[in-house]
Write a protein that binds this ligand. Structure first.
Ligand code: PSU
Ligand code: MN
Length: 302
């Protein structure tokens, strides 16, 4: 099995010494953000984690090998190469078999992180239940992966393009605890608040950690979501975001974009029609989540 995985030396050491590690995904590099913002976000997220005394492990697939701890060179490949595959739990095995360069989604990143006992993970927004899912059955594998793995996931909720109410309900159905960091409501990714209430708000990192430590004793095989709002200076209003989304959805339907192409298509369209206001919000919330994850992981292991 070892030849399928490559763990960077510093991460191997950190795992052995039980140091705080935060896993990061690579799909937002290849499919979520345009070049060169994607490289900037990848590097600044790593820096944000490490500035807080934790170790960042960006996960992705280079030449059919699963890498835990992508190098700067690997990040460049995933950021620039147009043929990078987006891999979730259903196709990761094939991208390895076919020796592809591939980017891991939330679903596959946490599945890999769990294999190496890496508990913490930071991203922008998770995937969830899509609008019209009652017709298309398009529900992100992220939700099931969160239910199958016991990770602590720092995010700004689920992406605004989804049906956030259905996603909220489905998280509950799957047994995933939804906690807020300084927020009583689940965030809406590019906008700070939905109407859905978190299961518990914590105003202090130390309180989150004592809760997570207690949770470890329960030995539940389920993830916990820790919601962090988009920073104020880049936050957008729900009304504006909804207008851009409606326009993008009409275009997606016209162009018959479905399945795993849908999320990247909508995000790209909305970045354009918002004059990059959504892109700026996206960049800022991802780095902010990496920063919070670095702090929580550090506190958790000390
Ligand atoms: N968050 C972002 N940009 C992204 C994603 C999340 O800000 O591109 C990616 C994540 O990798 C997530 C995936 O796991 O989109 C969900 O895709 P789908 O809806 O096809 O499951
Ligand atoms: Mn999907």
């Amino acid at each position: 099995m070892n030849y399928l995985f490559e763990v960077s030396r510093s991460i191997k050491k950190a795992i052995d010494l039980k140091k705080p590690i935060v896993a990061l995904e690579s799909t937002l590099i290849s499919h979520g953000l345009p070049y060169p913002e994607n490289i900037k976000v990848a590097k600044e997220s790593i820096n944000a984690v490490q500035d807080n005394g934790s170790i960042a492990a960006t996960i992705g697939i280079i030449n059919g090998k699963i890498k835990i701890g992508l190098s700067n060179e690997d990040i460049e490949i995933l950021a620039k190469d147009k043929n990078v595959q987006k891999v979730s739990n259903h196709n990761i095995n094939l991208s390895i078999y076919n020796k592809k360069n591939a980017a891991t989604t939330v679903a596959s990143t946490i599945a890999i992180a769990s294999m190496f006992n890496i508990k913490f993970f930071a991203t922008g927004g998770i995937g969830g239940v899509h609008l019209n899912a009652e017709k298309t059955y398009d529900v992100s594998a992220d939700l099931y992966s969160l239910a199958e793995n016991a990770n602590y996931v720092i995010c700004s909720g689920a992406k605004s393009i989804l049906d956030l109410d259905k996603t909220y309900e489905f998280l509950e159905t799957l047994g995933i605890t939804r906690i807020g960091y300084k927020t009583n409501n689940m965030p809406g990714f590019w906008y700070p608040e939905t109407l859905n209430l978190v299961d518990n708000n914590f105003d202090k990192i130390s309180e989150i950690c004592s809760f997570l430590k207690m949770n470890e004793q329960l030995k539940q095989k389920k993830s916990i979501l820790i919601f962090n709002k988009v920073p104020n200076e880049n936050a957008l209003s729900k009304e504006k975001v909804s207008q851009w989304i409606d326009m993008a959805i009409i275009k997606a339907e016209k162009n018959k974009i479905v399945g795993k192409e849908l999320t990247p298509f909508l995000i790209k369209e909305i970045n354009e029609s918002s004059d990059n206001q959504t892109l700026n919000a996206n960049v800022s919330l991802i780095i902010n989540n990496a920063d919070l994850a670095g702090k929580i992981a550090k506190d958790f292991y000390s």
